[in-house]
Design a protein around this ligand. Structure first.
Ligand SMILES: [Cu+2]
Length: 486
């Protein structure tokens, strides 16, 4: 039995209309803006040195084996960078990866930053070769839970662990009793040999992706997080896996969603949230009583899979109704739907595209030429990105007028799920033809098999922005393109 009372919604929002299905599964209920954001301020300059290198490590989930991980830091396999809204990040990336030609870059996932800071090699910056350095320098414009990863040979570089977390603070109205980050991902390991297995397989690329065989939360197979007993605690849950889509839920405690991809939503009861690769969800969980525990689980399999044990610690507290505090509203520009231009995009495999093309000889001809390509299997609007990397840049999928509002009709023409990611912008998610969807924001959203989802946004960030599936093997076998905002 999960309920969320209305009082806090009213306090936080002034006027909020709640949908009927508070505990509806999936993506929640109607959301309306919260209080206006705090004024931006010019904060500190935060230096950050990221040294991409091989550092053998034995994470707790590796069952005693040491693996040739790639990471950004000597201190930790997973840097967690916390800054305040208004702070400037001054980053030096050094590439010390151990293989000739293994260039790298850093993409700041979900951050609406200037195009030349977006970290896509060839498209917006030169690739950073081993022995070279590159500087990133930007002020993130939004609060929230983000992460960063490379945009080069991503299946292997991310597969070996090259990633980090970026948290931009400043979205709380009152602090929660705790603020914990939970990073979910798999590893592809031969535990007998103590070696990584193939980061990509042809079979996986043509299907739902190559799943890892060792699952982890914060590098642990049986993670435990201690929370102040009976208090309301924030959990920032990130899916940093290259492949796996999860359905996160909390068993044994009340929980509410308070942000999606870093952007606040009025709190609604969590009853399973589909979290694809690169997606984030912020929760408020009522911590268990002292010594009691609850579980963060993945419900996508036949049985709920425990991911994290949440343990109540400290002095008992008097019981109180679960009434989670909302976050401050995001500052994503509101698209003008009355003036928006509608563009349609279909995500499919080459076979799907061929089936859709039917008897049209011209379409068949175009698809026939695509089939000649070696590595491409997936398409956006019948087009595959050429090759696995970014060294050959095709024309943009669309050229958007800077400042104009767009409505994208995103259709999944395949029988698999695809988490679709846009760089440099954040979508307002409007509606689906398969499920009741709350208006919420997302930089990465799952398209169910056959589903069409409409999203809208203001194309206010000039430059060349990647637009791709975040199942990395789908991305690297064609389901990738870019949009030009000019
Ligand atoms: Cu995909």
């Amino acid at each position: 039995m999960r309920t969320v009372t209305r009082r806090r919604f009213m306090a936080g929002a002034g006027c909020v209309a709640l949908g009927a299905g508070l505990a509806g599964s999936g993506r929640g209920v109607a959301a309306v803006p919260l209080a206006p954001p705090a004024n931006p301020h010019v904060g500190r300059t935060v230096p950050l040195r990221l040294v991409a290198a091989e550092r053998p490590r034995a994470l707790p989930c590796f069952a005693g084996k040491t693996l040739p991980m790639w990471s950004f830091s000597d201190q930790t396999w997973l840097p967690v960078v916390r800054i305040e809204l208004g702070d400037r990040l001054d980053v030096v990336l050094d590439n010390r990866l151990p293989r000739a030609g293994e260039h790298t870059s850093v993409h700041w996932h979900g951050i609406r930053l200037p195009n030349d800071q977006d970290g896509v090699p060839y498209l917006v910056q030169p690739p950073v070769d081993p022995g070279q350095s590159h500087r990133y320098d930007f002020v993130p414009p939004d609060t929230g839970t983000f992460w960063f990863h490379t945009h080069c040979n991503t299946s292997e570089q991310l597969g070996r662990g090259l990633m980090g977390i970026l948290i931009v603070e400043g979205d709380t109205i009152e602090p929660y009793a705790a603020d914990e980050t939970i990073v979910l991902r798999d590893w592809r390991i031969d535990l007998d040999a103590g070696a990584f297995t193939d980061f990509t397989t042809e079979r996986g690329a043509h299907r739902a992706g190559t799943y890892g065989n060792v699952r982890s939360a914060n590098g642990m197979a049986e993670a435990e997080v201690r929370l102040p007993a009976s208090a309301d605690c924030r959990l920032r849950v990130l899916n940093c896996d290259p492949t796996r889509i999860m359905e996160v839920a909390v068993d044994g405690a009340e929980a509410a969603v308070i942000a999606v991809d870093g952007v606040a939503v009025p709190p609604f009861a969590l009853d399973g949230w589909l979290l694809g690769p690169a997606m984030r969800v912020d929760l408020v969980v009522r911590a268990p009583a002292p010594g009691a525990s609850a579980r963060l689980v993945d419900r996508r399999g036949a049985e709920p899979l425990p991911l994290v044990r949440l343990v109540g610690a400290g002095a008992p507290r008097p019981p109180a109704p679960f009434d989670p505090l909302p976050l401050r509203a995001g500052r994503i520009p509101e698209p003008d739907l009355s003036a928006a231009e509608t563009l349609a995009f279909t995500f499919a495999s080459i076979q799907d595209a061929a089936a859709v093309a039917g008897d049209d000889p011209l379409a068949q001809l175009a698809i026939g030429s695509l089939c000649l390509a070696r590595e491409e299997f997936w398409t956006i609007n019948n087009l595959s990105w050429p090759g696995r990397d970014h060294s050959v840049i095709p024309p943009p999928l669309a050229v958007l007028d800077r400042g104009r509002s767009y409505l994208f009709r995103l259709k999944n023409g395949s029988r698999l799920h695809h988490p679709i990611h846009i760089h440099g912008h954040t979508f307002k998610v409007l509606r689906s033809d398969q499920q009741a969807l709350a208006p919420h924001h997302a930089d990465t959203l799952i398209l169910l098999p056959g589903e069409t989802v409409e999203v809208a946004f203001v194309a206010d960030n000039p430059g060349r922005w990647m637009f791709h599936c975040h199942i990395i093997e789908h991305q690297e076998s064609g389901m990738m393109s870019f949009l030009e905002v000019a």
